[in-house]
Design a protein around this ligand. Structure first.
Ligand code: ADP
Length: 230
């Protein structure tokens, strides 16, 4: 397989009269890449995130994710693809307040059929990997924003998904915690995870090796094709 994400002339329309949130996007992301999809508010970032994350299907065009044509998969097959092949990280962390870091991360394996004790053991290892070996039993309220985002990243990668999607991962962080999260994403990428960061933040996008810029639901530049960074 040459690409982990392959979109061919993908369109996604919403409502009546239709709004074309995604207006014919073609792009290809190879295993092992670290890519920013960058665009201003309303450019279609969330729509693309939902399509690449298999939470939504194109109105037309072909979206191949991890080798599967998502149009052809049932909801159950899409859930399985997400559970095993894709990790998600969000701006708002989306951690459960009442439970420890270990249990938050172990939740990332809930739909994989792994027994609880094994989930918790793998969660501990994932927390160690993101630099939180001293925070296993802390709850989100006892941690900084940067630490909470590390927990969220540990939860996203605890099942070793080949693809990690990060939606504005530094959006709620101060500059130095944000930079540390970007460094962590680089580390995870070096260890083999393909990572796509969705952001409006051009500075963040510039810290990553490849930038795909979108506007009005279309790709307007791709540094892999032009060789020029933003
Ligand atoms: P971004 O994440 O870059 O802000 P979105 O993907 O959310 O962009 O939106 C792209 C365009 O599609 C916007 O014009 C938005 O108003 C429209 N849009 C997104 N989702 C819907 C929806 N569910 N119904 C109608 N219009 C939508």
């Amino acid at each position: 397989m040459n690409s982990i994400v392959e979109l061919e002339n993908v369109e996604r329309e919403y409502g009546h009269p239709p709004v074309r949130a995604c207006a014919g996007v073609s792009l290809s992301i190879a295993p092992g890449e670290l890519v920013a999809i960058v665009g201003p508010s309303g450019s279609g970032k969330s729509t693309l995130l939902n399509l690449i994350g298999t939470l939504d299907k194109p109105t037309s065009g072909v979206a191949m994710i991890s080798g599967a044509d998502i149009q052809r998969l049932t909801d159950r097959q899409l859930s399985a693809l997400r559970a095993h092949r894709i990790g998600f990280v969000f701006q708002q962390f989306h951690l459960s307040d009442g439970v420890t870091a270990v249990d938050n991360v172990a939740d990332g394996l809930l739909y994989t059929g792994v027994p609880r004790a094994v989930r918790r053991e793998r969660a501990r290892r994932a927390l160690d990997k993101v630099g939180l070996s001293h925070r296993h039993t802390h709850k989100p309220a006892q941690m900084s924003g940067g630490e909470r985002q590390r927990v969220a990243i540990a939860r996203a990668v605890v099942g070793d998904p080949p693809l990690l999607l990060a939606d504005e991962p530094t959006g709620n962080l101060d500059t130095s915690s944000g930079a540390a999260i970007v460094e962590l994403l680089h580390e995870l990428n070096r260890s083999g995870t393909t990572i796509i960061v969705i952001t409006h933040d051009v500075e963040l996008a510039r810290m990553l090796p490849r930038q795909i810029a979108i506007r009005d639901g279309r790709v307007v530049s791709d540094s892999r094709l032009t060789g020029a960074n933003l």
